[in-house]
Design a protein around this ligand. Structure first.
Ligand code: NAP
Ligand code: MG
Length: 401
């Protein structure tokens, strides 16, 4: 059998612990036998990040900017315990944070639906993709404890020295106060990423804020989205037969729960933090959730939404059997390969990615799955496979198809 050719390499970001083990299994069993894989490889495993003083993370983000498509394995974000465990020079920052800051992207998370793993919300038939703005608001706030009577004001001093003031509150006793900000440029790039992904996926885009209460702050988000939409996307949405729909956040929540899915839901930073956990738990499992970072200039980085599955790694190291779900990592690869194929006009590569996704879903629907899914499935005849066994079952399914 001749392998499917590639032209531009993918940026390959290897990672840590159990997902690093799955990464190699996926390449050996599901990608390399079928595709003449071309990648620029970056080892983002914690040891190598430490050896390179995290330079490798920045290099991988630069390569992504240059080549356009990356696939990333889950990585450890060090905390004090990891600094001891790996004897690190420093408590390196989250690679995802570093990459996101360099690419200025928005993260889109989409559940992978299979028969037998049913959403907690019965009406949901199709995936809901959550797009979370990743800059500002309460995550970059400044707060004060007010310890007694007094006046709190917002003061804006322009570059030319002129000032504008707004009264926050005249306190007659103790309380708390908070200041937040956002940037037109960041909101606009968030809007661009959302509209681009909606066109890419051929799905409606919903956006919601609380602009009736926050008449300047949230209203600015609503206005920027509408301006970007009218100027650059209205015609393309019409052509694609999709809609941009704005509503209030509380109305959006009610509609989402009653919907049958199949749309993208864009959220401000805090709403996205809360709603993405709600949506992913309601769909069943973090191990069945894909994640893609899309930059406003059309650069894509695909990964799994879960972490390095540390507990399973310690079992694996002791030689014990693990049954770790590789679906989200497989879909990170298929997402990246399909995007590469689309950009390079390689229909065979796109088709391969779709067939691998179909084989993965068919394997689970035939009752062959990992332990995490076996615990929640509604299927009757279930065979629990170990980490490698599951990947090999997908390979058999792929070869049979
Ligand atoms: P985790 O890797 O997401 O795993 C938490 C638990 O969820 C696991 O112990 C396991 O439950 C279950 N789980 C998650 N993914 C699974 C899979 N593919 N198959 C089966 N079960 C799965 O989170 P963590 O163990 O708390 O974090 C480990 C490391 O990941 C941390 O160092 C963190 O910094 C990093 N992290 C990285 C990313 C990223 O790179 N995108 C994201 C989040 C966390 P059971 O133990 O019950 O089987
Ligand atoms: Mg959260």
């Amino acid at each position: 059998m001749t392998k499917i050719a590639m032209t531009t390499p993918l940026v390959e970001m290897d990672g840590d612990e159990m997902t690093r083990v799955l990464w190699k299994m996926i390449k050996d069993e599901l990608i390399c036998p079928f595709v003449d894989l071309k990648t620029e490889y970056f080892d983002l495993g914690l040891e190598h990040r430490d050896e390179t003083r995290d330079e490798v993370t920045r290099e991988s983000a630069e390569a992504t900017r240059r080549l356009g498509v990356a696939v990333k394995c889950a990585t450890i974000t060090p905390n004090a315990a990891r600094v001891d465990e790996y004897n690190l020079h420093e408590m390196w920052k989250s690679p995802n944070g570093t990459i996101r800051a360099m690419l200025d992207g928005t993260v889109f998370r989409t559940p992978i639906l299979v028969r037998g793993i049913e959403p907690g919300v019965r009406s949901w038939k199709r995936p809901i993709t959550l797009a979370r703005h990743a800059y500002g608001d309460v995550y970059k706030n400044s707060e004060l404890r007010v310890d007694g009577p007094g006046t709190v004001e917002l003061v804006y001093t322009r570059a030319d020295g002129t000032q504008e003031r707004a009264l926050v509150h005249e306190f007659d006793g103790p309380g708390v106060v908070q200041g937040m900000h956002n940037l037109d440029a960041s909101i606009a790039s968030f809007a661009h990423s959302c509209f681009d992904v909606a066109l890419d996926m051929g799905q409606d885009l919903w956006f919601a804020t609380k602009d009736t209460i926050s008449k300047t702050y949230d209203h600015r988000f609503k206005d920027v989205f509408q301006e970007v939409f009218d100027a650059e996307y209205a015609d393309r949405f019409k052509e694609a037969g999709i809609e941009y729909f704005y509503t209030l956040i509380d109305d959006a929540v009610a509609r989402v729960v009653k919907s049958d899915g199949g749309f993208i839901w864009a959220c401000k930073n805090y709403d996205g933090d809360v709603m993405s956990d709600m949506v992913s738990s309601a769909f069943g499992s973090l191990a069945m959730m894909t994640s893609v970072l899309v930059s406003p200039d059309g650069v894509y980085e695909y990964e799994a939404a879960h972490g390095t599955v540390q507990r399973h790694w310690y079992k694996y190291q002791k030689g014990e059997t693990t049954s770790t779900n590789s679906v989200a990592t497989i879909f990170a690869w298929t997402g990246a390969l399909a995007k590469r194929g689309e950009l390079d006009d390689l229909p065979e590569l796109v088709d391969f990615a779709k067939r691998l996704e179909a084989a993965t879903i068919a394997t689970i629907e035939s009752g062959k799955m990992t332990g995490d899914l076996a615990r929640i499935t509604t299927l009757d005849d279930v065979e629990v496979l170990d980490s490698l066994g599951f990947i090999q079952a997908i390979r058999s399914q792929l070869e049979a198809a």
